[in-house]
Design a binder for this molecule. Structure first.
Ligand code: SDX
Length: 392
């Protein structure tokens, strides 16, 4: 039994909920999942093991992990008619638009796991969401590039299965590269859960009304898409491409500091972290490892490293405590692995589905849980009488 944290974050009165899942100390740059530091989980664990930890509260033993793995694997296929659903989208639809639509439609295909009051249905829905997200994500990519969908190959790992469904083709065998598989699995761990961020709060708020879990996760996907949130990984790489070369960095640093310029350094800053995002540390290390193993280089990585160096020594960013966040380096590595920028937030959603599902379960099983109902400070007109049109 871990020692319960006794701390006063100074916002007890305004906290949206209590949770045992994830602890963040933004000033110290600490991120714990059920008490385990993200750095240790990223280095030593697997995404499926972290999924088990978030859902069940403890690291699994070998039997428990094996059973969990097999259970998730049994749900990797999607209803065959879902493929038809995909074909209603335009080929140039953004994969996140497809993900929003398809996940929102899942409750129309899996009626037997939408009753939130039935513990067995809650478990099946949770496993279906975690298992089918890679299949749906890969289908969204395949659809966007005009290639046929690949069925899951359940002899592969969770992450290996996803890589094959994404990059494999029926015409030839696909070998999962263990270096890329490990890097992808670590990237999924880094994105698994992050306390009450905007999309997780969206999932909880939707769930508090009694909406089915598929609809709640679809709401989270929609919120994550925003460039201030999960869309930042796509925006950060687009920003690095726009900067292009190190000599243009000062121009963009100046723009980021100009209050009249809406430009923000994408992948920088965070509502909670006022220190280095511990996930960014692991992400940068993973870029170096994958690039060394695959013997690839990318001038944008050098631009990112120099941009970080300049920003971290600029008084404006130091004073505002702006550091790289999880999204700053992720695009460089995802691009090197072969994903188009349009898939970056889809990958974030795939990984965050584990956190959303764990948070939804924690909320829905809380005996004191009530429908969420944020209040407001009203600053509109005082009461007044209606004026007929003829008198206006
Ligand atoms: C994620 O919540 C989570 O946990 C999210 C996430 C998760 O795992 O779920 O961690 C994932 O969303 C990470 C963040 C990804 N977004 C980006 O990288 C987009 C670029 N970042 C900014 O848009 C911004 O930093 C936010 C949206 C992330 C946070 O914005 P806030 O809440 O306004 O940040 P702040 O209050 O700490 O800002 C302090 C000051 C402000 O200036 P002033 O009003 O005090 O004059 O710093 C400025 C901000 O305008 N600022 C930036 C900046 N981020 C904040 N200035 C330039 N570039 C930036 N990136």
């Amino acid at each position: 039994q871990t020692d319960a944290f006794t701390y006063d974050p100074g916002f007890t009165s305004t906290a949206s909920c209590q949770s045992k899942l994830t602890y963040i100390d933004g000033d110290q740059g600490i991120l714990l999942h059920r008490g385990y530091p993200i750095g240790e989980l990223a280095e030593q664990s697997s995404f499926m093991e972290v999924a088990y930890l978030l859902l069940n509260g403890e690291l699994p033993d070998a039997d428990q992990l094996g059973t969990f793995d097999r259970t998730i694997t049994r749900h990797t296929m999607v209803h065959e008619q879902l493929a038809t659903f995909f074909r209603g989208f335009r080929r140039d639809a953004h994969p996140m638009a497809i993900l929003c639509g398809v996940v929102g439609a899942l409750s129309a295909f899996y009626h037997d796991s939408t009753d939130i009051h039935d513990p067995a249905q809650r478990v099946i829905a949770s496993h279906r969401l975690i298992a089918k997200m890679p299949t749906i994500a890969a289908m969204a990519y395949k659809y966007s590039v005009g290639q046929p969908f690949l069925y899951p190959d359940n002899s592969l790992s969770y992450t290996g299965n996803f890589l094959r469904m994404t990059f494999g083709v029926p015409a030839e065998p696909y070998e999962v590269n263990p270096v890329i598989e490990r890097a992808m699995d670590r990237i999924f761990i880094l994105h698994a859960d992050h306390e009450q961020n905007a999309s997780t709060s969206t999932v909880r708020l939707a769930g508090s009304s009694g909406a089915n879990p598929f609809a709640c996760i679809a709401a989270g996907i929609a919120c994550l898409w925003g460039p201030a949130h999960g869309g930042a990984n796509e925006a950060a790489l687009n920003m690095l491409r726009e900067i292009g070369t190190p000599d243009r960095i000062p121009e963009y640093i100046a723009r980021a500091k100009d209050k009249n310029d809406p430009f923000r350094l994408m992948g920088f800053g965070h509502r909670v972290y006022k220190n280095y995002d511990p996930r960014a540390t692991v992400m940068q290390k993973t870029v170096r490892e994958v690039f060394a193993e695959l013997k690839v280089t990318d001038p944008l990585f050098d631009v990112a490293l120099q941009l970080e160096e300049i920003a971290l020594n600029d008084p404006y960013f130091v004073e505002k405590k702006l550091f790289p966040n999880v999204d700053f380096y992720s695009g460089v590595i995802l691009s090197a692995i072969g994903f188009p920028t349009s898939m970056f937030t889809v990958l974030f959603a795939l990984a965050r589905t584990v956190g959303w599902v764990a948070q939804w379960n924690e909320m829905i099983t809380d005996p004191d849980q009530k429908i969420g109902r944020p209040r407001q400070l009203y600053n509109g007109p005082t009461q007044r009488s209606y004026v007929p049109l003829t008198e206006r």
